[in-house]
Structures are given as structure tokens and as C-alpha cells.
Design a protein around this ligand. Structure first.
Ligand SMILES: *Cc1c(COP(=O)(O)O)cnc(C)c1O
Length: 408
């Protein structure tokens, strides 16, 4: 369906470096795991342990002095967590990954570790509303200044940089407008100004987009979405170099925003089928977007895989596929007429979130921006007639048939 490019590993060209296979699905099944596991189990065990024992006092001292790789206490790490962190770092092409209890705790953990009083961050303004809220309402209380510039306005972002600027932040694709950032250009603005860059690539996933190889410093995901993939867990991850992430990991050990062992197992298990699920999400997203674009009741469709999308060219160049999220607008509809269509679909369930096997549908005006003023919604790009559909892995013909009856 979509053209693989140099930016992402090409699934049609088997790639091996020495003995280590680096093809995507092989990584998602095997990376980060030991070949022989405790109890000779094929699956990674769940270590239900809040603390880890030492044989004697000398082994405690050895651990502290030599920084042996073993666990000490559950807030600092768990063997199952290390496995999934190594797997996620491998999928992302990064050196290290830190797992958090949610995507939001990953954002909070990273920014709290990296920013201090007087520092500034610059955001592209289309973003997950809680990320924006954390910066404008909470980081501000600690003296961190947040500037917002229009999404994908690279000149505005470069112009907003001051000597106090410490980080440039964007999502790609953005939520829910699905703008796609030119990551090399974004990373270059950071490098030329000595400012670190962060991409929240939750909507793309490492299967569709590899920001680290474009020069971005930190990649962040809500693993609650496609990485977990089954609408049954919350988790988040930050990927970057070991050196950059060291203070971030230390702060996580203090914050305690860690996952329980059962949750970690669900994530590891979900990742086994990651490539298969992404292939179906990509296929469903593309087919549903094409159907909606051809429907007379639909005013406009936002989907990076459509030629009509303003960032289609950059998406085609940098992404392997365009994901399951499709945003569309109902022609001549007020918020109520739009809600009637949301209420008429039978397969997608009405819920926030995305990236799981079940399709989800929502009207952003109601689900996430109900308490905003019309002016704020206008500023954030959330019109009354907008619907956000997160395609799951159901059959595309069934999803299209259902949308046809809801629109009809
Ligand atoms: C869901 C989401 C988050 C927050 O992640 P949680 O796991 O819900 O805390 C952050 N960024 C994006 C783009 C998201 O979609």
C-alpha cells in the first residue's frame, strides 16, 4: 500500500548486521529478551517483587560500588521492565528507553528532569491538550516559560528561540489534525541553536516513523496506544541516548511513576504482534480515509496518506504508513448533527484513545474540549463538525459499511 523509504527499515529487504537480525517484526518478538529464560520458559516471567534480595552485606557493597547490573528496589527497576525497555529502544533505533506508568508521566518525567526555573520550551501548537496544560499551568509555577508557535511553522519556531530556550517540542503526526513535521528540519533547528528536541510520535509509532535517525534527541510514546495495542493498559516511554536519559531515569526513581509487573507483561505481549497490527491499522486508516473523502456528506478528511493532505509529500518521504487515525469534518453540520453521526455508528465504540484493536470514535469538541471557550477551540483547531475515528484492526469493508450507514 505505502512506499517504504530509506528513513524507515524497508520490510521487503531483509537486513542483518552480523548475527543480529534487525528486521522489524523479529525485533518486536525477540529484542531485549534472553534466549534462555528463568524456568526455561519461552515467555518472560512476571517478577512480582517490590524489592530484591542480597546474599550478604558484601554483595550490597559490591552492588553500590561496582554498579552491578541487578535490581535493588521496585521503584528503580524490575527485570521485566528492563526487557521491555530494551525492546522499545531497539524498535526505535535508540540507545536507551525508560518506561513510565503512562504517556503523561513520561512527558512530565522528561520535562521535570530537563527544565528549571528561567528555562523556556517552544511547542508546535497542535498537541495533546494535557501536554500543553502541563506546560502552561504547571511548569509555569516553577518558572518555566512555554511559547507556542503554529504547527510546522519552522521559521516561527527558530525565531522564538532565545538563550533561555532548552527544548523544542512537537508531535508528529499531531493530534487530531495529523500535521506531519519535517523531522530533519525540526532537528536541525535544534542542533543549530544548541537546543534539544523532543518528538511525541505516539500517533506514528516506531513502525511508521523513526525520529532518532532524523536527528531528534528524544522520542516519546504513549504506549497506551499502538505499542500496547489492546486498550487494556496505560504506559509511556522515552527513548534517547543513555547519557541524555541518565538524569531522567534518576528522577523517575524518585517520582515512582513505574508500572506494575503484570502491566509490563501485557505490554511485552502486545509488542509481539506490533508489526502485524500496524500493517492492519495502516491499511484500515488508508481505506477508511479514501472512502470518507469520496462521500458527499463529508466536507474534508485529514489523513497523511491522502494526496489532499497538506503534508502528504513529507509524510510519503518519511513514513512507512500513516496509521489508523482519521479526522474528518461533516458538511454543513453543527455540533449536534455531527454528534448524531457519532451516535449512529455501530462498530467503533465512543471513547477517547486510539491505537488499540477496537475502533474508537469521538467528537473532539465534546470529548476533550467541551470546557473550552469557542475562541480556545478555534485557536486549537477544533471545529464543531470534526470527528476523530481511530481505526482498530477490524475488517476494513465492515468499518466502511458501518460508516456508510451512519452517514446515510
Ligand atoms: C494519549 C496521548 C498522550 C498521553 O498518554 P497517556 O498514556 O494517556 O498518559 C500523549 N500524547 C499523545 C499524542 C497521546 O495520544
Amino acid at each position: 500500500m505505502t512506499k517504504p523509504t530509506g528513513r524507515v527499515p524497508d520490510p521487503s529487504k531483509p537486513k542483518t548486521s552480523g548475527d543480529t537480525p534487525t528486521n522489524f517484526s523479529t525485533l518486536s518478538v525477540h529484542a531485549g529478551e534472553s534466549r534462555q529464560k528463568p524456568g526455561d520458559s519461552i515467555t518472560d516471567p512476571i517478577f512480582c517483587a517490590s524489592t530484591f534480595t542480597f546474599t550478604d552485606t558484601q554483595s550490597v557493597i559490591d552492588y553500590i560500588e561496582k554498579d552491578q547490573s541487578r535490581e535493588e528496589y521496585g521503584r528503580y527497576g524490575n527485570p521485566s521492565e528492563r526487557v521491555v525497555e530494551r525492546k522499545l529502544a531497539a524498535l526505535e533505533g535508540g540507545e536507551d528507553a525508560i518506561l513510565y506508568s503512562s504517556g503523561m508521566s513520561a512527558i512530565v518525567g522528561l520535562l521535570m528532569a530537563k527544565l528549571g526555573s528561567g528555562d523556556e520550551v517552544i511547542f508546535f501548537d497542535e498537541c495533546y491538550h494535557r501536554s500543553r496544560e502541563f506546560c502552561t499551568k504547571h511548569l509555569s509555577r516553577f518558572g518555566v516559560v512555554t511559547r507556542q508557535v503554529p504547527a510546522c511553522d519552522y521559521d516561527a519556531m527558530a525565531a522564538a528561540i532565545t538563550p533561555q530556550t532548552k527544548m523544542l517540542i512537537s508531535e508528529s503526526p499531531t493530534n487530531p489534525q495529523l500535521s506531519c513535521v519535517d523531522l530533519e528540519r525540526f532537528a536541525k533547528i535544534g542542533q543549530e541553536n544548541g537546543v534539544e528536541t523532543l518528538i511525541d510520535a505516539t500517533l506514528a509509532t516506531p513502525y511508521n516513523l523513526q525520529p532518532i535517525s532524523a536527528g531528534v534527541d528524544y522520542v516519546l510514546h504513549s504506549a497506551t496506544k499502538y505499542l500496547g495495542g489492546h486498550n487494556d493498559l496505560l504506559a509511556g516511554v522515552v527513548v534517547g541516548t543513555k547519557e541524555n536519559l541518565e538524569p531522567v531515569r534518576n528522577l523517575r526513581g524518585i517520582m515512582g511513576a513505574v508500572n506494575g509487573p503484570q502491566n509490563i507483561y501485557l505490554l511485552t505481549r502486545g509488542l509481539k504482534t506490533f508489526e502485524l497490527r500496524m500493517q492492519r491499522h495502516n491499511e484500515n486508516g488508508q481505506r477508511v480515509a479514501e472512502f470518507l473523502e469520496s462521500h458527499p456528506r463529508v466536507e474534508r478528511v485529514c489523513y497523511p496518506g491522502l494526496a489532499s493532505h497538506p503534508h502528504h509529500e513529507i509524510a510519503k518521504k518519511t513514513m512507512r504508513g500513516y496509521g489508523g487515525l482519521v479526522t474528518f469534518f461533516i458538511k454543513d453540520a453543527d455540533w449536534r448533527a455531527t454528534a448524531d453521526i457519532v451516535d449512529a455508528v455501530k462498530i467503533p465504540r465512543i471513547a477517547p484513545s486510539l491505537g488499540g484493536v477496537e475502533s474508537l470514535i469521538e467528537q473532539p469538541l465534546v470529548m476533550s474540549y467541551y470546557q473550552c471557550t469557542p475562541e480556545e477551540r478555534e485557536q486549537y483547531g477544533i471545529p464543531d463538525n470534526m470527528i476523530r475515528l481511530a481505526c482498530g484492526i477490524e475488517n476494513a469493508d465492515d468499518l466502511i459499511g458501518d460508516l456508510a450507514q451512519a452517514l446515510g
